[in-house]
Design a protein around this ligand. Structure first.
Ligand code: GLN
Length: 505
């Protein structure tokens, strides 16, 4: 029974919780047992919140019981009683928030991030905090100060990053869904590498309050789950205005409704030639082209489009994100948060605390960013990168006059072997080439499974939309998932019996 519970999606679990066939305690127990048996090798979690999880599960079961008696409890959200995981860059009051860094190894925030708070108010059972590249800087989780997470499809490989812990947890059935963050692809790329669905909302759609800042003009909180339908439930909970984040939008969040009969008739999908590069893995390109054929069968039309400034996304991002990071990370001065290396004066303490607290990639980004912002180089680097960002944004504006969404690969390859790229930062950065543009333009994008390569590693496809088009993206991914089974596959490592993958309980 307990392993078959793990293959349920959020919506099906919510249905069974309401009818009383299962309890939130059962679901929570099943996830914690799965964590117990797998996380020694996968290392998706940095901190477990077992006691809190059972407290919330019992409370959810009480609310569900009230509902069955006709009493309306505090929340009736479909997330009531559903076990979820949180990337360890989002604060949960009273639980340490490490950001994958020695700097914050013992830091316990006295507040809860807005997105996490919304999920708690909707009745989520919080399982724990997931592994991440240090301060979300990376693409594999190998930059975590606490050791990498492994990919449940092949433990010799990375799960992607920086939200690799969240992706591995969801893929391996250790959680029903998770929050990640996406500054340059960190929700979508690990979703693709682990064979799950990941939504990066429009910049400003989900409050960043309580998220430890990386690149403030790029950071977005995103949803990870095993289907678009489940991601939509998490999105509905966390999206919306929050006065504590000045970039948060006041535009109301419409409810998600699938396309009627899942027909995509009349929708136009743009295919940008700039996203199909020589040298990308042929199996990735083939999977994307097959997925497009499915979309055509569902009624959508494929239209070639051009995004001519795509090649500038990588250099622009790797100037702007480190520039913003160098400013954001100035607060770790050995006095206010985390590691403190007492020394003779403030400057000495600042230097020795940062030398001890930050890992090599974070130090590299601080140096790059400080350089790009320094007098004499600002115009040559930072200001030019901002101009390139403007051109990239304009490319998208123009393309969205012709099409509803843009389809592209999530990454040029499937998951890397551990150690394959982390000695060479440039080759690591190159893997982000297809995810960075959406962050620079501030637009929403979704990644979802579209096949496997010959090593049986998941391949993801990406759809990007104009600002606030999340429901179009979710609806299209959902329609695709009604006629394909890629998203229903679970890795062998998860040990979930074959027949239950297809039939629920
Ligand atoms: N891989 C990119 C980077 O290292 C993106 C990370 C992210 O989205 N947090 O900056």
């Amino acid at each position: 029974m307990s392993s078959s519970l793990l293959s349920l999606g959020i919506s099906r679990a919510a249905h069974l919780l309401r009818s009383g066939e299962i309890s939130s305690r059962d679901l929570t127990q099943a996830c914690l047992e799965q964590i117990e048996s797998l996380d020694g090798s996968l290392h998706a979690f940095l901190t477990l919140t077992t006691e809190e999880a059972f407290f919330r599960a019992n409370r959810a079961d009480f609310f569900l019981q009230q509902m069955r008696k006709g009493i309306t409890p505090e929340t009736t959200s479909p997330l009531l009683g559903i076990p979820l995981a949180i990337k360890d860059v989002l604060a949960l009051s009273g639980v340490r928030c490490t950001c994958g860094s020695r700097m914050l190894e013992t830091y316990i925030p006295p507040f809860t991030a807005h997105a996490v708070d919304k999920l708690l108010a909707d009745g989520m059972v919080v399982l724990g905090k997931t592994n991440t590249d240090e301060f979300a800087m990376g693409s594999t989780t190998e930059n975590s100060a606490f050791g990498p997470t492994r990919n449940p499809w092949d433990v010799a490989r990375v799960p992607g990053g920086s939200s690799g812990g969240s992706a591995a947890a969801v893929a391996a059935g250790m959680a029903f869904g998770a929050l990640g963050t996406d500054t340059g692809g960190s929700v979508r790329q690990p979703a693709a590498f682990c064979g799950i669905t990941g939504l990066k909302p429009t910049y400003g759609r989900v409050s960043r309050w309580g998220l430890v800042a990386y690149g403030s003009s790029l950071d977005s909180v995103g949803c990870m789950a095993r289907s678009a339908e489940d991601a939509a439930l998490i999105y509905a909970s966390i999206a919306g205005h929050d006065p504590r984040d000045s970039t948060s939008h006041e535009i109301p969040v419409p409810g998600f409704t699938p396309y009627a009969e899942n027909s995509l008739k009349g929708l136009r999908i743009g295919l940008p030639q700039e996203y199909f590069l020589p040298g990308m893995q042929a199996e990735v390109e083939n999977a994307i082209r097959s997925a497009l054929a499915v979309f055509e069968k569902l009624g959508a039309e494929i239209v070639p489009v051009s995004l001519p400034h795509t090649e500038y996304a990588l250099p622009a991002y790797y100037l702007l994100a480190p520039a913003e990071a160098s400013a954001n990370l100035a607060r770790y001065d050995g006095t206010r948060y985390g590691i403190n290396r007492p020394a003779a004066g403030y400057i000495e303490q600042f230097m020795s605390s940062r030398a001890a607290g930050f890992g090599p990639e974070v130090k590299r980004r601080i140096m790059l960013g400080t350089y790009a912002l320094s007098a004499g180089y600002y115009d040559a680097y930072y200001a030019r990168a901002q101009k390139a960002r403007g051109l990239i944004r304009r490319d998208f504006d123009q393309a969205f006059q012709q099409v509803d969404v843009i389809a592209a690969p999530v990454a040029p390859t499937t998951a890397y072997l551990l150690g394959e790229r982390n000695k060479d930062p440039l080759s690591m950065y190159l893997g982000d080439i297809f995810t960075l543009p959406a962050n620079l333009a501030g637009i929403p994008a979704i990644a979802f499974p579209a096949g496997f390569d010959s090593n049986r590693l998941p391949v993801g496809i990406q759809l990007m939309g104009h600002a606030f088009a999340e429901n179009t993206l979710l609806g299209m991914a959902h329609a695709y998932q009604q006629v394909t089974l890629w998203h229903r596959q679970m890795p062998g490592a998860a040990n979930i019996p074959e027949e239950t993958k297809e039939h629920g309980l």
